[in-house]
Design a protein around this ligand. Structure first.
Ligand SMILES: Cc1cc2nc3c(=O)[nH]c(=O)nc-3n(C[C@H](O)[C@H](O)[C@H](O)COP(=O)(O)OP(=O)(O)OC[C@H]3O[C@@H](n4cnc5c(N)ncnc54)[C@H](O)[C@@H]3O)c2cc1C
Length: 370
């Protein structure tokens, strides 16, 4: 019997996990503009400890055991024909191809600041950007972090920890950072920032210069719509959550007014059986939480159910954000639950237990050493 053909459009955090769950059940073709998993997670440690970050967050596809039977294509999706059921791809070597599918998973994520750019990247380009961002911050006497979300808090805390002689300031609109996390989580991290001497500046909303997409680190003075005097620093990190869904290759009929993919609770694209979306690109709920809430498992279940004509299950989003905010620290990894309470994996458990057993074996079902 021929196996169904599943095309996974975007092999980032959610697409990769979906491919892993389905690899024993279907012929999988994964298409990605990156040469491996280059996660968008943990910006602070990416900037301050790029080698450690890369060990856990930048992993070539051939190291995942469960991807051995998956064909990966390094290239850019340029279109989809929903009637003929194929996607169009411009491969990294310049050839244009079509990949037919029985099931299509849209998991192309979002573009978000200088660390999650749009477009095709080679391994050398990924390495160069990690090194260049790190060098720029290491050489700065002052760093201004603009934004109050997890990427901003993580950047402020990790730069202050790594370079204690550098002046670090965090500017955000509103009373407190992490507005979508439980207040208890924000309080805990604000306490840490103060201990590290980070300048914390609430009620600062930056003027985003005309035409600036927040896609690079800058050093020009920052002005405020909230009336304060402009601020200057050697390095300005724009982490203001200006996300742009990677959906320019999709027809408008699949998208909501902001360009995210409209899905039913089952993650099926509304009105298009056999087409699903997951991760940051999927308009599941206001915070689009399906990646962090691990909806990849539910999606794999629903794809198998659809292929067998069975009933699909619904994704139930959690209301607030949760998880790790600042990544691995010298005393371990703190994970904030939805109620804001932190659970800490002590430092001695990080490599063997957490990374080796829980993440590499449990979540990814086997990752070869590099
Ligand atoms: C296991 C896990 C744990 C998490 N833990 C946390 C946590 O503790 N705290 C937290 O804040 N968040 C956490 N998250 C969520 C995380 O912050 C993001 O939500 C997640 O990285 C988004 O994944 P994604 O697959 O939607 O997008 P991405 O990982 O960005 O993947 C999209 C991929 O598609 C590719 N692509 C885009 N356009 C094209 C195109 N045209 N052609 C080809 N390829 C394209 C991109 O290059 C990229 O590789 C977690 C997520 C997971 C899966």
């Amino acid at each position: 019997m021929t196996r169904p053909r599943v095309v996974i459009a975007g092999l980032g955090d959610s697409g990769l996990l979906t491919a892993i769950h389905l690899s024993h059940h279907a012929d999988i073709i994964g298409i990605s503009s990156r040469p491996g998993l280059v996660s968008g997670k943990e910006l602070g440690t990416r900037l301050t400890q790029p080698d450690e970050w890369a060990r856990d967050h930048w992993i070539s596809f051939d190291r995942y055991r469960r991807l051995d039977s998956v064909r990966t294509v390094h290239g850019t999706l340029t279109g989809v024909d929903l009637d003929a059921r194929h996607v169009q791809v411009l491969a990294a070597d310049g050839t244009a191809t079509e990949e037919p599918y029985d099931v299509l998973v849209i998991s192309t994520g979002v573009t978000n600041g200088f660390w999650r750019p749009a477009g095709l990247l080679s391994a050398d380009e990924v390495a160069a950007s990690l090194a260049a961002d790190h060098a720029r911050l290491a050489g700065a006497a002052s760093i201004a972090v603009i934004g109050g979300g997890p990427a901003a808090v993580s950047s402020a805390l990790n730069t202050a920890t790594t370079w204690p002689g550098t002046r670090v300031d965090l500017y955000f609109p509103g009373e407190r950072p992490l507005p979508h996390h439980h207040p208890r989580a924000a309080r805990t991290l604000l306490g840490r920032l103060s201990e590290l001497g980070v300048g914390v500046h609430p009620d600062h909303r930056a003027v985003v210069p005309d035409g600036f997409a927040c896609d690079r680190i800058t050093d020009a003075p920052v002005a405020w719509t909230t009336g304060q005097d402009p601020v200057r620093a050697d390095v300005v990190l724009w982490t203001i959550g200006r996300v742009q869904p990677n959906t320019s290759w999709l027809p408008h009929e699949l998208l909501d007014e902001r360009g995210f993919v409209t899905v039913d609770p089952s993650l099926q694209v509304s009105g298009h059986p056999g087409v699903f979306a997951v991760g940051d690109v999927a308009a599941t709920d206001p915070l689009r939480t399906s990646a962090r809430n691990r909806a990849d498992k539910l999606l794999a279940h629903n794809i198998r159910a659809e292929l067998k004509g069975k009933r699909l299950r619904d994704y139930r989003p959690r209301r607030g954000l949760w998880g790790s905010v600042v990544g691995v620290q010298p005393n371990g990894l703190e994970v904030f639950a939805p109620n804001g309470r932190a659970f800490r994996f002590p430092a001695w458990t990080i490599r063997g237990l957490l990374q080796g057993l829980i993440v590499e074996r449990g979540i990814y079902r086997g990752v070869r050493r590099s």
